[in-house]
Each structure stands twice: as C-alpha cells, then as structure tokens.
Design a protein around this ligand. Structure first.
Ligand SMILES: Nc1ncnc2c1ncn2[C@@H]1O[C@H](COP(=O)(O)OP(=O)(O)OP(=O)(O)O)[C@@H](O)[C@H]1O
Length: 259
C-alpha cells in the first residue's frame, strides 16, 4: 500500500461570494498530492488560484467541495498543533523585534519555551549569523525573507508552505535566494509546497511542477523535474533547463493568448 500523502488536495472546488451575491469559482476540481519530503511548486498565471490552494492547505480557507488533508488530517488540526510552517511574500516580521526574536516568535505564540539552540541553528542555516540583534528595517529584502523562512521552520513543521516568498526581490537576489532555499531544503527535507509564477524558480527547486490554468483554476499539467540533487546553479544554463523552461512558459501562456 502507498504511504499516506503528506498533503492531499482531492477534487477541490472553491467558490467565493462576491458583492451583490454573485458567486465566483476560483478553483474547479483541483487534485494534487505531495509525498513526504517532496518539493512541489504550483505554477500559473496571476489569479489562477495558486494562493487559494495554499490558503486551503494552511487552514485559512475551507473548500466549497472536495477535501484537503495534511497527513490524512484536516489542516485546521495541524495548524492548531503548530505543524504547518507558512511564509508569504509580505514576510510580516514584527519591526520592533530583532532577528532572533522574530524567529523565536512561533514558540511564544504556541505558548512553548523558546528553544534558543534551535533559533541559533536556524540563524546559521539561513546564513544570518552576526545579524541576531538586527531589526527588520536594517536588513535587505532577501535577508528579511531568510528570517521569514527560518521562522516558518522553527517549530519543525511537517509541511512548509511558501507563497511567492521572493516575489518582491530583484532577479539577481531572487536567484541567490533560490540557491539558498535549495540548500536549506536539502538539509531539512521538509515537505514543501511553493507558489510562484517564475518558471526558472519552479524548475530549479521542485521535484514536480503543477501547472494551473486561470479562471477557474484547473490543473493543466504536472511535470516531473529530472535534474538530480543536489542541483548546481549551472543546470540553469543547460539546454534541458532552457527547453523545459520554454515549454512551461508556453503552457502558462498558450500562443492563442499572446497578443
Ligand atoms: N476572499 C476572496 N473573495 C473573493 N475572491 C477571491 C478571494 N480570494 C481570492 N479571490 C479570487 O480568486 C482568484 C484566485 O486568487 P489567488 O490569489 O488564489 O490567485 P493567484 O494565482 O495566487 O494570483 P497571484 O499570482 O496574482 O497572487 C482571483 O480572481 C481572486 O480575485
């Protein structure tokens, strides 16, 4: 028998009620599943429902139809047990707390004793040694995202949910952060679901890419990423990477949609 998926989204439809009572279908019969330790990316055009899927897994939304489970349990149950690690684009660091205190925050929210060694280890892992006492405003955008990722990992979550964590960064910093995230994931092997619209980011980081179409969001393709791990940045210059990248870009924007 197959092991239970770490994350299962089964036949999920999500409708939102708009002003005036009309309904809008954001997701239509979406299914996907992540094995434990897998890194899967949701790739799709703006508005196709990527964040909605992540919010469903994070227990921030309820499906209108279908089922979402994390390790076979309702996401809200895992959320209550602090077993979901979440980092979104607006990193939401508390400006008056230093780096170490921001990373330690989930311990306080959970009413747990702060594990200073765990916090120190994560600061090292995300490459922020020496910045423990810095406040968010003293950090670059990339450094703030490192803090957000460390904070998401601090309680050793079963799954890590990342919504466009590098969306606000310039292209060069973003590539650097992709390399960092790969290194962090390689050490932790936390099951990760990433939302992005950056094809290169998806290819470099993922075991599998789930491509969604827009309005309503549907899964149009699932791509296995063949690059062996650990992945060196030089794979981004390979013909295979470029070929897959063109292919995925076309899947995102079919020729009929181009002006
Ligand atoms: N609470 C809500 N009420 C009404 N509509 C919503 C709500 N949340 C999301 N939507 C709509 O659902 C659709 C999907 O939104 P979602 O944010 O999941 O897309 P996305 O693929 O993550 O987009 P982007 O890449 O631009 O962040 C959008 O049309 C959005 O306007």
């Amino acid at each position: 028998m197959d092991a239970q998926p770490a994350i299962a989204v089964e036949g999920v439809t999500k409708r939102f009620r708009l002003e005036g009572g009309r309904e809008f279908t954001a997701l239509d019969d979406v299914s996907l599943s992540l094995a434990e330790g897998e890194f899967v990316t949701l790739l799709g055009p703006s508005g196709c429902g990527k964040s909605t899927i992540l919010r469903l897994v994070a227990a921030l939304e309820e499906p209108s139809a279908g089922r979402v489970a994390v390790e076979g349990r309702p996401p809200a149950e895992l959320s209550r047990q602090h077993r979901l690690g979440v980092a979104f684009q607006d990193h939401a660091l508390l400006p008056w707390l230093d780096v170490a205190s921001n990373i330690a925050l989930p311990f306080k929210v959970a009413g747990m004793r702060v594990d200073a060694e765990r916090v120190a280890g994560l600061i090292r892992l995300v490459g922020l040694s020496g910045f423990e006492k810095a406040r968010p405003r003293q950090l670059s955008g990339g450094m703030r995202q490192r803090v957000a990722i460390a904070r998401a990992l601090v309680l050793k979550p079963d799954v890590l949910l990342l919504d466009e964590p590098f969306g606000a960064l310039d292209a060069v910093t973003r590539r650097g952060m992709n390399i960092e995230l790969q290194r962090i994931w390689t050490e932790q092997r936390t099951t990760t679901l990433l939302v992005t619209h950056d094809v290169g980011e998806a290819l470099f980081l993922s075991d599998r890419i789930v491509v969604l179409s827009g309005r309503p969001g549907r899964v149009v393709r699932v791509v296995d990423v063949p690059f062996e791990r650990p992945r060196h940045p030089s794979i981004m210059r390979s013909d295979l990477f470029h070929g897959m990248s063109d292919d995925l870009t076309e899947a995102l924007h079919p020729p009929a949609e181009l002006p």
